[in-house]
Design a protein around this ligand. Structure first.
Ligand code: NAD
Length: 376
């Protein structure tokens, strides 16, 4: 038996940020990154928040937020005695706020604090998930935390907030969306409802990511990518993820490669592994996961005479998309040399097998399988 619940109210579309004006008489703890303050984007919040509220800004968030920043936030949250947290920023700001919220509840024994998430990248879907990824920068490890207590009460998807995202971050985060949706689609926990969300998200990525990359001011493309990110988040909140994320969490931390970019590098190879796809195989050689990927290829209007050709078409389409977005396609392209890879691949493979996301991968990997993927 599966249980699906959607706890987060979603306000979406142009003008959605105006929803903030509804909050009155609150002590609001705002979690954000320095860019939001420096660029003045944070003022979009202040222009809308009612004067009866008190605000505190915590703007120390850095990408892949470390545990020390979370600890600092918990202290500030407790001192301020907040009753509403607003996280505005990319996945890093939202994830850090989620961790602050649950640790504040545990450590400071505070009552439950309301939580609004406002994504300014279209990537993680964190505004609707029970996940938060926190880094241990000393050990170069990322820890995915999972708790329904971290689910935001409200998410605000306003495309105006994403216009300023630079093209390379649009590409990285957009490929994160695609990875979420594809991993949700082939997860061992996939069902008809997660499939619907994932299928639509995948279609939106192929249709609108190149447009959002080419012209950041293309509001229609920005809005569609924002929706795709949220839908992919809803999908994987039902199904969890897979080996792609399992490896990306460890390898991204070790090689210091942005999360979406690391996912993108791995994606074609993890698909081929999951589908047991090898170029020399006969056409009857395919597994149930290959058939699932072929359904996606068919949905995208790609050539699919059988499961195997569907997998090939999907992989080619992904590589083509990466080229359109001028993305790196190998670890070497990201500056990781052969010696570094050889030194680290055992530890990465070990870590990936133990990452929580790997548990729902459709094909159980061995350490040697992960090393083979990394070598590619
Ligand atoms: P991010 O939050 O780390 O931000 C990346 C960069 O984009 C930062 O420099 C930030 O200042 C900048 N930025 C953000 N919004 C901007 C805007 N509107 N204009 C200009 N610049 C902007 O990136 P992300 O990819 O959104 O989040 C990545 C983090 O989320 C990683 O830690 C990853 O592990 C985690 N993650 C979490 C989940 C989840 O379910 N919680 C899922 C996937 C990834």
């Amino acid at each position: 038996m599966d249980k699906i619940s959607f706890k987060t109210d979603i306000y979406m579309g142009k003008g959605a940020l105006n929803r903030l004006a509804e909050w009155r008489n609150k002590r609001i703890f705002i979690v954000t990154d320095p860019f939001m303050v420096k660029s003045g984007m944070i003022n979009l919040l202040f222009e809308r928040l009612h004067e009866s509220n008190e605000q505190y800004i915590f703007s120390n968030i850095v990408p892949d937020p470390p545990v020390e920043v979370v600890t600092e936030g918990v202290e500030a949250l407790g001192t301020f005695q907040a009753d509403l947290i607003i996280a505005i920023g990319g996945g890093s700001a939202i994830d850090a706020a989620k961790a602050m919220k649950i640790f504040a509840k545990k450590i400071l024994d505070q009552r439950d604090i309301s939580f609004v998430a406002i994504p300014t990248t279209s990537g993680t879907g964190s505004e609707v998930t029970s996940f938060s990824v926190i880094s241990d920068k000393k050990k170069n490890i990322k820890y995915p935390l999972v708790s329904d207590d971290m689910l935001p009460q409200e998410a605000i998807l306003d495309p105006d907030l994403v216009k300023s995202v630079p093209d390379f971050i649009t590409a990285d985060t957009g490929m994160d969306v695609l990875t979420h949706a594809l991993e949700a689609y082939v997860s061992t926990k996939a069902n008809d409802i997660s499939d619907a969300l994932a299928e639509k998200a995948i279609k939106l990525v192929f249709a609108y990511l190149p447009r959002a990359y080419k012209d950041g001011g293309d509001l229609e493309a920005r809005e569609k990518m924002h929706n795709a990110s949220c839908m992919a988040g809803m999908a994987f909140n039902i199904t969890s993820l897979g080996l792609n994320h399992g490896i990306a969490h460890v390898a991204g931390a070790k090689f210091k490669i942005a999360h979406g970019r690391m996912n993108s590098l791995l994606l074609p190879h993890v698909i081929e592994f999951n589908a047991d796809y090898k170029p020399g195989y006969g056409k009857e050689e395919s597994n149930a996961t290959a058939a699932r990927y072929a359904e996606i290829a068919k949905n995208l209007g790609l050539p699919t005479s059988n499961a195997r050709s569907g997998v090939r078409s999907l992989v080619q389409a992904i590589k083509q998309l990466q080229k359109q977005l001028h993305m790196p396609q190998t670890l070497r392209d990201c500056g990781v040399d052969q010696n570094t890879l050889e030194e680290m691949r055992e530890a990465i493979a070990e870590g990936a097998l133990h990452d929580g996301c790997t548990a729902t991968n459709p094909r159980v990997p061995t350490k040697a399988d992960v090393i083979e993927i990394l070598n590619k």
